[in-house]
Design a protein around this ligand. Sequence first.
Ligand code: 1CP
Length: 342
Amino acid sequence: MTQSLLKVLSGEPVNPPPVWFMRQAGRHLPEYMKIRATARDFIDFCFSPNKAAEVTLQPIRRYDMDAAILFADILLVPIALGRDVRFVKGTGPVLDPLKVEDIAKLGNDMDVLKPVYETVSRVRAELDDHKTLIGFCGGPWTVATYMIEGRGSPTKEIPKRFAYDHIQEMDELLSRLADASADYLIEQAKAGADALKIFESWAEGLPPQQFDRLVIAPTRQIIDRVRAAGITKPIIGFPRGAGLNALRYARELDIQCCAAGTDVPLKAFRQSVPDGMAIQGNLDPLALRMGGDVLRHAVQNVLDTASGPHIFNLGHGVTPDVKIENVHAVISHIRTGSGNYV
Ligand code: 1CP
C-alpha cells in the first residue's frame, strides 16, 4: 500500500491530510513512562534499540498516526563528535560548554550512533507498510547552540556572539556538524527510514546574513552530502520561528517539505513556498494542552488555511500535560470532521 505521507511529500495533496505529532512519543503516554522507568538515563534509553523501537511504535498503536518518528535525540550527534552530553532530570540537556580551542579537537566516532540505526530497522520491520518512518537530525545551528552554551540557551546570545567573534571556528564547527549529521541521516535512510527531517528548532531571531551563513549553508551541506550518497528519500526542513528567512530556506534548499512553527500563517506560507512543495504544521501546542472549543477551533483553522500537499502536525512538540482524549479528538476531527474534545 502507498504511504499517504510519502504521497504528500511527492507533491500530491491528500484529503484528509496525513497526521503525526512532534514528540508524539513522550511523557503524556503512560506506556512511555513505564518503559522510560526501566532505562538508566535518557541517553541509555536512546541507545537501547528494544526500548527505543517500542516507544517509537507506541503512538502508532494508540493513535493510528500516519507516521512514526524515530525515538532518539538531536543531541546524540555531539556525542559522536566526542562531547559529553547528559540529560539532567528537571533541567534538560547539559553539555560541557564548547570553547574555541575545542573545535579543532572534535572527534568523529560515528560508531557510537549504531544502536540508533538498529532502532530504525526494528521499527521499519514492525511498522505497517502504509505508515511512514521518519528519521531525523538537528540543524547544525540548533545543535551548536546547545554545544556552545552547554544547555538549552534562553536567548541564544552566547552562541550568537560566538558566531560573530570566531567566524572561522564557528564555520568549522557547523561544517563538522553538517558532515556528521549527514552521515547520521544516510545511515538512518539505509536502515529503513522513509523520510528525513532536519529540526532547526532555534532558527528565530537571526539577521538574514547570519541566517544564510549559520542555517542555510550548513543545511545545504547536509543535503548535498545525503544526495551525493545516493539517498533520494524526501527531506522535511523545520526552520522554526525563522519568519521571512524561512522563505529562502524553502526556496534555496533541496527539501520536499517545509514545516511551519505555530506563528506561520499557512495561507501566505503556501503562496510563498515553491509550487508543489509540501507544508507541515502548525497546530498551536497550547491549544492541544487546553482542549475543548479552543482546540476544536484551532484544528479547524489549520484545516481551513492549509491547501495543497499538507501534513497535519503541531507547530512544536506535545507536552507532558496533554490529555490523550484530546489527541484522539484531533485525529478524529481531521479524519471524520468531528472529535470529542475534553
Ligand atoms: O525523558 C524524557 O522523556 C525527556 C524528554 C525528551 C524526549 C521525549 C527529550 C529530551 N528528547 C525526547 C525525544 C526526541 N527529541 C524526539 C523523538 C521523537 C518524537 O518527537 O516523538 C525528537 C524528534 C527530539 C528532537 C529534539 N531534541 C529537538 C528538536 C525538536 C524540538 O522539540 O524542538 C530538541 C530541541 C531536542 C533537545 C532536547 N531533548 C530533550 C530535551 C528536554 C531537550 C531540550 C529542549 C529545550 O531546550 O527546550
